[in-house]
Each structure stands twice: as C-alpha cells, then as structure tokens.
Design a protein around this ligand. Sequence first.
Ligand code: NDP
Length: 447
Amino acid sequence: MTDRHALTQTFMQPVTARNSGQDTFLQAVEEVAADVLTIEKNNPDYATAKVLERLTEPDRVISFRVTWVDDAGDVQINRGWRVQTCNAIGPYKGGLRFHPSVTLSDLKFLGFEQVFKNALTGLPLGGGKGGADFDPSGRSDGEIMRFCQAFMTELSRYIGPDMDVPAGDINVGTREIGYLFGAYKSLKGQFEGAITGKGMAFGGSAMRVEATGYGLIYFIQAMLDHAGDTLSGKRIAISGKGNVATHAAEKAICEDGIVVTLSDTSGTLIADDGFSQDAVDWVRTQKQKGADISDPPAHLNLSFEKDALPWDQSFDIALPCATQNEIDANAAHSIINAGAIILAEGANMPLTADALDKIAQSKITYAPGKASNAGGVAISGLEMSQNAHGQFESADAIDQNLKKIMQDIHARAAAEGREDGKINYRRGANVAAYRKVADAITAFGVV
Ligand code: NDP
C-alpha cells in the first residue's frame, strides 16, 4: 500500500463512521483527501490545525420545514436545507437545488466541493449549498412561486450579502431566483445582494446565465492551447440539456467545435454533422416549456435515441453536464473506446469513483468540475461586487473577465498538477485550492 493510499484510508475511517450512509459526501471527501493529505502531513501548520478534518465537518447544517399550498388548496410539506460548509475566505456561496432526489449527503458533497471551487476562482468566496426535496415538474407558476416564498421565509434568517449568498442550481433558474429574491426583499425590508443569478432589472450581472457553460469551453481552450492544439473541428459529446449543457454547446459552436450530442434522462439527441445554433435553441425552448426532446423538427437534422447515452458516439471531447455520478465504469469505458482526448466536467462530480479510476488510467486528460465549471460561481462573485458598488459592467467586459478567470484557474491547476511531463488537473486543482483555504484557516487559530 502506498503512503498516500494508507494516509487516505486512515483519514477516511472516522469520517466514514461519522457520516455513515452519506455516500456522495464520502466520495467527494476521499477524492480530495487522496490528493492533499501528503501536503497536509508535510506542513506542520496545516497538520496541527487538522485543516482537512475541519473541512469535513460543515460550519453548520440548517434543516427546515417548507409548508405551502398547492393549486388544489391542499397543504404540501417539503424539507429544505442550507449547508454552510466553510467561510474562511469569504461569505458562504453556493447554489440551491430543487429536486425530489436531493439528500443531505448530496448537499454536503456539493458544499464541500464548492469550498475548493470557489477558492480556485481567486475571488473572496466561501462555500455552501442548499436546496429542497421539492419536485417542480408539472407544477404551475403559482405553485412554484408559493414554494419559493415559503422556502425563503425560513432561509432568509440565515443569509445576507456578508453572511451567505445562495444562487441557482438544478431546477433553480432565473424565474425561481426572481421569486426567492422577491420574498427575501419583502421579508427583510431591504434591497441587498443576498442572492446571485438575479434578473438584469434588479441587480443581476450580465453573462451569469451563460457563465458556467461558456467558462467550461474557455477552460478546455486553455487546456488545448497548453497542448498546442485548438477546439476548431473537434467533435464534442455533451450530456444534459439544461443551463450548463446548452451554453457549453452554444459557445463550442461559436468556436468552430462540432457538438454531436445533448441528452436528458429519456435519451440522447444526435447530430452527426454537428448541432446548429437553431438546434440548441430548440432544445432550450423545449426544456423551458417542460416539453420532451424526442421528436425534433426535421429541418434541424437531429435524431433521438431513446435511453441511449451520448458516449457511444464518435467524439474527441466528452463534457458531462447533467448530474452527479452520471458516468459509471461502463460509460467511462465507452468514452475511452471513442478515442476521446479530453473529459471536462460541466456537472459537479459526474463520475463515480470507479469511472474516475478508469479515466485516470487512460490517456484522456481529465478536468475536474471544481476547476472547469467554476465560471458560474465566478460571475456570481462579480455580481456580488457589482451589487456592493452599484456599478454594472457590460456583457463584453464580463465575458472577457470570465475568460481571464478560467485561464487563471487553468494556470493554478496546471502549476500544482505537473507530473511526469503531463498535467494532472485533478491533483493540481485540489492542491491549489486546499493551500489557499488552509492558509486562511491556520491564520485564524482554533475557531
Ligand atoms: P438544469 O436543471 O438546467 O438541467 C439539468 C438537466 O440534466 C435536466 O434537463 C435533466 O434532464 C438532465 N439530467 C439529469 N440527470 C441526467 C442523466 N443522468 N443523464 C442525462 N441527463 C440528465 O441544471 P444545470 O444545467 O444548472 O446543472 C447541471 C449540472 O451542472 C449539475 O451537476 C449542477 O450542479 C452543475 N453546475 C451548475 C451550475 C450552474 O451555473 N447552473 C454551476 C456549476 C455546476 P430531465 O429534464 O430529463 O430531468
């Protein structure tokens, strides 16, 4: 057993016992632990402060009841959470997810990852995550509004511009942020930037909606540039059909990439000659309407394969942009067989631990989401500073800023990830982020 492996196993034993059954959380912790424990062991300040162990215990976990009335007049009860993981380098920051499958384990893993992601952006942002086990599918606009208002009635006690600044995530987009912010403003009697992803009419930033998907493409361009290559003519398989997937597709098309797939839980849309912007717009509109994507208009030259995954196509770059653990060992095998050169994560932790092992042993260059999908939270950080100063920047200026931030994240991960003439971006991202957070935690003493 290697020293690194032994250190990780010893570290994980009490963490596993304390968080029994929280599998996604333990998966995220173990992945980081394997990369940073040797750094911690060799730095007496970090070791004495037990930095990583502290980070595995969120500052606090808030759980609350959300009670609201549906269109039929029936009372509905959901569970809401906010996990405030660490505010060592700035206010807690991370999205809200509304999905029936949401568990405390998922929110703890997302909050843990967010601490490292936010540190990589170079902005003063701590990490957290929240959400509810609410299923918005089939719900009317009025029901969504009443749910958001009930959720904020409780959450508003724990957030604020210098305390905790939530944003959107799965099923929490511009509409939901509008209702959440409206409720916050009304409850507090104050207009303050306690949420990001706001509409442009009330303090939102240009480019926030596009930022995660566009930033993902900027990150891949930095990887390709580093390898003396370009995106032009590369075939790109994307999973998902939501905010991240469609904006990654849109930017890839602008940069002469050939987007061959988008997908959802029902199957995969395939465009062997590449999606057009019209085709991406159609997918986005279907998603906004809550309509399915199985029957695209003929002029878009798309075919739909029910229950198929994107990874059986022929492509150079894989961009999982749907959800956690969407790629298992079999799917990783397909990606390797397709001859992919890059796998960059748009979603958070889309690879199972087995899939990650397979990809690590292959020739594929892998970019972890905490680096490659950090564009969204970075622009949220810029939204916070625009709100604080009351001055707003143009879409062009923000886009340039986003590109620079993604290039800087690439540079940070690359500098720490050099290994045998190659770059291990996973290790580089984990170590660069860990050092920044650890320096802050050790400076504060034992608090
Ligand atoms: P959206 O809610 O906009 O879209 C998610 C889409 O993924 C849904 O359409 C859903 O399909 C689809 N999906 C879910 N599971 C699967 C699956 N197993 N296979 C294929 N498709 C699936 O979410 P976002 O685009 O905002 O988020 C996607 C991921 O990116 C998440 O992991 C999120 O945490 C992460 N992320 C998002 C950021 C943001 O700014 N939005 C920032 C950083 C990370 P269906 O309609 O069938 O349910």
